[in-house]
Design a protein around this ligand. Structure first.
Ligand code: CA
Length: 222
């Protein structure tokens, strides 16, 4: 299990990483928001401990960026006990849980295990169709049990369709999600879909006429 700790206080970061490694985790420490944001986007972790008061970029912005880009890794925010507002903002930005400073290390461990477990359950229940599984926590797609290497854009498309499973998603909506504020020609999404189909199979993403694309639910699922 790999845990990303984004914490600028050296003592706290060392305490956390030492404790987690004693308990069998691999802990990666980042000391500022910009670096942490980058690591969360580019690397795979089972969970993140995210301090909110950080140099370069605050924790809320880090979390908002991840969630906007579809990074679904479980996140526990670390907030000051006195700041209820910070806690609320953290949860609104997409945190799965929070702990207050000063914290008990045993409690951190218990909460970490809990968010990781919840994340895994959610994944099993929601993000699969036939032989294709999307692991949002690790940012990986598997087809027939094999890891499929997708580009960042391809992954975002598959992830967005899975998050909207059972619903038709228009090309415009996909394009807005994937490219944010850029205006792209609509053919580019079709080209990405064609490439994805080559990698994961043609049966996973259905074309719904001019309306858009769809990943259906399995028939045997409730
Ligand atoms: Ca701090």
């Amino acid at each position: 299990m790999r845990i990303l700790i984004i914490e600028d206080d050296e003592t706290i970061a060392r305490q956390l990483s030492g404790y987690l490694e004693e308990h069998g985790f691999v802990a990666v420490v980042s000391r500022d928001g910009e670096d942490g944001r980058y690591l969360g986007l580019e690397e795979e972790y089972d969970a993140v401990l995210l301090d909110l008061g950080l140099p370069e970029l605050n924790g809320i912005s880090v979390l908002e960026t991840w969630r906007a880009k579809g990074v679904a890794v479980p996140v526990i925010v670390i907030t000051a006990r006195t700041s209820k507002l910070e806690t609320i903002r953290g949860l609104e930005a997409g945190a799965d849980d929070y702990i207050h400073k000063p914290f008990d290390l045993g409690e951190v461990l218990a909460r970490l295990r809990s968010v990781i477990r919840r994340g895994k359950q959610q994944l099993k229940r929601e993000l699969s169709y036939q032989d294709v599984v999307l692991d949002s926590g690790s940012g990986k797609v598997f087809a027939a049990g094999h890891y499929i290497k997708l580009t960042r854009i391809e992954f975002l498309i598959v992830q967005y369709l899975f998050h909207n499973q059972g619903k038709v998603v228009s090309v415009t909506e996909l394009s807005e999600h994937v490219y944010r504020d850029f205006d792209r020609d609509s053919g580019i999404i079709a080209r990405h879909i064609a490439n994805i189909r080559k990698k994961i199979g043609t049966h996973i993403i259905c074309t719904e006429g001019n309306r858009g694309y769809l990943i259906p639910y399995d028939n045997d699922k409730s």
